[in-house]
Ligand binder design. Sequence first.
Ligand code: BDP
Length: 697
Amino acid sequence: EDGYRLWLRYDQLNDAARLKDYRKAISGILVDGDSPTLLAAEKELKMGLDGLLGKAVPLTEKLTRKGAIVAGTPESSPLIRSLNINDKLQEVGEEGYLILSTTINGKKVTAIAANTAVGVLYGSFHFLRLLQTTQDISRLSISSSPKTEHRVLNHWDNLDRTVERGYAGFSLWDWHKLPDYIDQRYIDYARANASIGINGTVLTNVNANALVLTEEYLIKVKALADAFRPYGLKVYLTARFSAPIEIGGLKTADPVDPQVQQWWKDKASEIYSHIPDFGGFLVKADSEGQPGPHNYKRTHAEGANMLADAVAPHKGIVMWRAFVYSHEAPDDRAKQAYNEFKPLDGKFRDNVLVQVKNGAIDFQPREPFHPLFGAMPETPLMMEFQITQEYLGQGTHLAYLAPMWEEVLDADTYAKGKGSTVAKVVDGSLDNHSLSAMAGVANIGTDRNWTGHQFGQANWYAFGRLAWNPYLSSEEIAEEWIKMTFSNKEEVVSAIKTMMLNSHEAVVNYMTPLGLHHIMGWSHHYGPGAWIKDKHRADWTSVYYHKADENGVGFDRTKTGSNAVAQYFPPVEEEFSNPEKTPEKYLLWFHHLPWDYKVESGRTLWDELALRYQSGVDTVRQMQRTWDALEGKVDPERFRHVKTFLEIQEKDAEWWRDATLLYFQTFSKRPLPEGVEKPTKSLDYFMKLDPKFVPGI
Ligand code: BDP
């Protein structure tokens, strides 16, 4: 049990009663049609059912006995056609499916029906999930379809196979052996994605390399696209804005230059000649040194539209990122994306989505929702979540991220009055956009268990499930994942679920409680670094964000400060403007408050801060106790792995607590309250810990 099989383990079920029912109910698999996708569905059903039932479930061509799993589309399968379910099928659209307990020719069957082969595949995975989570399958009437159209992983993978902010080994894409060698990993990767409805993958880093757009690489990309296609997974690439210069020999990359426009059109045609269903481009432009339209005094819309025009004839899309901030450190980096993009609302082509990170700074352990959500009604905005834990303990901390994503998706923007949630902006329902998408920055690499931490798998899983349906609860997703990945036993499920559901809050508490943000180590972003200052960019330092002084701590984003609150709709603006009304979790995000400001608990801000750091550490220790009690109830290999990582997490949590509190104490000049463990090292020690990244100290 090294974790390779992810949540698709298919071991024989140990719930004896259910197993008996399933064995009785399922007699064979009947998938008519021979498209690669239908064959993939058939193969998965066969593998899954054989494993889960612990017996060979035969593939059949005719319906001779009751108990068949009949899967197909009305075109591929006369049996599905005979069900006359066209009306119901119409409702589930292109990728949706139905799972029905019904009868055909007087025989009881379970029908997995869809309009397309990929819908059948998704339905097959759903059916297997029902068994994996030991649900009753005797009276099924399930209908499911995705709420967002494009559900996309963003790999920040470089062509040399390093992964930016990757903590699970190297890139899966073995460019050297491609196009000839198709690693089984590619297939298993595609299967895993299909099982949760992910239908797109951007293969390359947003900090892009134009080389991937050359013929030499495109044939390798084609090989991957061919391997993924049966699983409904489209490939996308990042487009480096200056590619026409770097690989095209042009003198400019100005988006209004006809030669440049033609170059991209030709490049798009070339790509589509290799990969007819190529998804399109993801672009990071004019951000952190990446080239972009601003180099030519053009707008983001002009840049995006040029690429959009190039891929439009082939039905491609452009995902243009809003993660921008200028080099001249402004009064507040949090305001910049809104300031730059809001005026461009309505100026983008129909096949452009603007990809917005969940918060306005940068994937912090917790951020209030990005004010752009709801602010650009004429433009489809897509969500960018970060699955890889750049700021949340990277490869070694257990942090189940779905509660954080849920918090953002459920947040009310009030853009069109109460109930205008971020989820409704993202799925297009608020402003009637048919184009909709969600992206997740992947946490996947060559590590045997794919994600470095065994529990990192849960974040990949949860991202896919939320992209399919942003209204699912993080709790139900956790429960599914635990049952499929570890065990169906109630005591195990509830113990692991508690760990997972408390884990994100624990990380926030020992890193950045009460709305603190961006106070981590310089550049690597792993440990604490609240003292980071005097860099060439102010907005890359910690002091810029926490603004601690003898009077207090926090970033004033109200009228008396940067007034970033004005970017939110009135009731939200009001709430965030007033420290009494601001949810405590965002307090220091919006306010600079005195050390003895009274918080909800009646304590002073200083005491509360210190106790939150302690509580983060305590929760990790609680997780350790819970995990230890599971010894013998989960397999020894994964048990040991997680146990060791929890030890690292405890050590790191103490490190964060001690280093950060000692630093803030130099301003607050107050003792640590009762209940907070005394640091055993000095601030000086912590500041010198990482001299490589803290030059000059
Ligand atoms: C930041 C990362 C950086 C990425 C950037 C981005 O530190 O490596 O390139 O985001 O999203 O979080 O473009």
